[in-house]
Design a binder for this molecule. Structure first.
Ligand code: IYR
Length: 222
């Protein structure tokens, strides 16, 4: 057994209560401007911004700190096109056969359909993979814990970082999206988790008129 090693919590910052209240309010005011966007500009984005957003995502807590995620950043036009073709094929099936009426009814307010031009327009697609087990350099398998939860938290930090940088994102989940393993050359211990579309919104970007639930609807204080 490896002995745990500890060092002092050195980067923690303790704010006075009124500062905490102000910071939490300001953060909420800013993050509530985040919208999922489907109308993207093709304006290029410095790769460093995406790198920093992934660095931020990589700070997420994870089961036994095993960090069971992998991010593939796609800027290449040909790979984006392959992804669009494969995704639209799945989506067509979804919208015409696979999705039950109840699901289509739930999606109706979003106005989505099988056409996904943004997969080629946006400067970056970021495919996030969740590891179902990890592999040591010698090929031995290592169990991971709470992979879904861990990768979900990392993705939440990623979209927050993207918003904070001044870009927009779309959380896209074509289903099934195993085609991503093939196109992006990822191994079978990695399952595609989310395909993010990242960039600037187009000049005329529109978003659906939908609302978030109020605090009273999403939380109880006992
Ligand atoms: N994957 C499809 C359908 C879709 C499903 C959910 I749940 C959404 O919140 C939005 C869309 C699509 O991307 O069109």
């Amino acid at each position: 057994m490896i002995k745990p090693k500890f060092h002092p919590l050195k980067n923690y910052i303790k704010y006075p209560e009124e500062v905490m209240i102000e910071r939490s309010r300001k953060f909420y005011e800013d993050i509530k401007r985040r919208r999922t966007v489907r109308d993207f500009s093709d304006k290029p984005v410095p790769r460093e911004v995406i790198e920093n957003c992934i660095r931020a995502a990589g700070t997420a807590p994870s089961g036994a700190n095993l960090q069971p995620w992998h991010f593939v950043v796609v800027a290449d036009a040909d790979i984006k096109k392959q992804i669009r073709i494969a995704a639209e094929e799945e989506e067509k099936e979804f919208y015409t056969h696979r999705a039950p009426k109840e699901w289509l009814d739930a999606l109706a307010p979003l106005g989505t359909d099988e056409h996904k031009p943004f997969l080629e327009t946006a400067p970056y697609l970021v495919a996030v993979f969740a590891k179902s087990y990890d592999l040591l350099p010698d090929g031995r398998k290592v169990k991971v814990y709470y992979s879904q939860e861990s990768v979900g938290i990392a993705c939440g930090i990623f979209i927050t970082a993207v918003h904070n940088a001044g870009l927009v994102s779309l959380t896209h989940t074509p289903s099934p999206m195993n085609f991503l393993n093939k196109i992006l050359g990822r191994p079978s211990n990695e399952r595609p988790y989310i395909l993010f579309v990242v960039g600037y919104p187009s000049e005329d970007a529109k978003v659906p008129d939908i609302k978030k639930k109020k605090l009273e609807e999403i939380a109880s204080f006992l």
